[in-house]
Design a protein around this ligand. Sequence first.
Ligand code: ADP
Ligand code: MG
Ligand code: ZN
Length: 555
Amino acid sequence: MSAAPLLRQVFGFDGFRPGQQEIVEAVAEGQNVLAIMPTGGGKSLCYQLPALMRDGLTVVISPLIALMRDQVRALTEAGVAAAALTSGNSEDENAEVWRALSARELKLLYMAPERLASGGTIPMLKRAGVQAIAVDEAHCVSQWGHDFRPDYLRVGELRAALGVPLGAFTATADSETREEIVARLFGGATPRTFLRGFDRPNIHLAFQPKDGPRAQILNFAQARRGQSGIVYCGTRAKTETLAAALNDTGLPAVAYHGGMEAEARRAVETRFQREDGLIVTATVAFGMGIDKPDIRWVAHADLPKSIEAYYQEIGRGGRDGAPAETLTLYGADDVRLRRGQIDEGLAPPDRKQADHARLNALLGLAESATCRRVALLGYFGETAEPCGNCDICDAPPETFDGTEAAQKVLSAVLRTGESYGAGHIIDVLIGNATDRISQRGHDRLPTFGVGRDIPKGQWQAIIRQMLGRDLVRPDPERHGGLAITAAAHAVLRGEERVTLRRDLVSKARPAVAIRTQVDDEDAPLLSALKAKRRALAEAARVPAYVIFADKTLIE
Ligand code: ADP
Ligand code: MG
Ligand code: ZN
């Protein structure tokens, strides 16, 4: 049967969503396909519909039992012969699936990747008349993503054993993940790749520097009372404290993080799915399994770890196409936290460099002087017009020509041998003769003191914006010392101007941090530290943070 009538009769849709039709056609023709589509874009249909257009069975590899069950239930209700083989099945259920398979009754078989580890599975599938393999959430094969699932590596084996076409589906767009998917799932053969439609025009984009962050989140949530929302937090502890704070203001909120029992997590997922107006305060553990179309807002109490993570997380809002709002908070502490996580991670140096660049891209977006959507889509390789649906378009910030300041920073970085962090560079610029400065002879450099006219906090803001524009980069080979990039040469030569945001520079204040060796589970100590932080913040009139040994932090 052809696509259009099936689309209506089986799925009840009037037409394709952008991008779906060409993917459906390629899969139905038996091509190897890699399809990258935003979350909520309708990837499931791109393998379900072709499965019905062809003879034989399509095996779907999917990482989450709950998602498999939902899909099988929906398909069965629509009259499609579909089943799932999962560890959650009873023995009777599994026996029935095996029977249906050998009788060649099924059109779609969902399977967790772990199933492929048991020796009998692949031979059994060889006898079951499989005509295609579909891999959902294909980025789980990427070793460097936070969703890595080792058993996804076996899918390549399955493809080789069956010799059938494979379709891989994901929302993760960056080119490295794409290359890993191709290498591991397609055995190096180049699949036909579909990559498009990253814009989610109904989602309003906004960022704010942290300035009383708890109140910022509470106010944002208050103004959206009655609407379902998610607050992403940088630590497990914060999910709990924020949920409590929201409850105190009369808003229904529950915490969700990877440290909770599976059952408790599932209870939150179910409640969120069913209840209107519930807020979930969560770590990134809350994500893939969430299929709620009417999430009206997504807030980040802390900066996500990369521009990709940001995009995925805000993308959980407004899947029904109706307006959704976002607010992402960021501060110097976030940047330190994320850089520390990258530097102390196990990735090889070139990977760390790439991770720093992804973080810088997000920083650039956070401190963008122009439309955020143009910047975001530009990162994913799409061009766009100023959107009219972001905080910058709503109220363009005042900018100034920061070329001269940027040149001073760049020359201080060069003259100190591209080996020092922002703190040292600023000491050179403002002429602060610390011990380290005099030991290294940096007080004799021509750049020493050339930036005295600008206070320290403003230099921090300028360097942050320069990181965001990828003019300087922390070099993990040199303990995170700043190095200049190719783009910076044009600035140094005066061929490129640097436009900076005035609001971010003039408001900038230095932050202070309390460092501690305790972990964040120690409640009495935690509250003592919090009190100290509050006192410090009030006395010094600057943001203050508690930084734990493991680099988690509270403000
Ligand atoms: P993804 O896996 O890309 O995140 P899903 O496959 O879960 O997205 O689809 C998201 C939502 O869009 C689902 O509720 C699905 O029923 C709906 N959907 C998919 N294709 C269409 C279509 N052509 N018309 C209307 N709704 C669609
Ligand atoms: Mg999906
Ligand atoms: Zn805009």
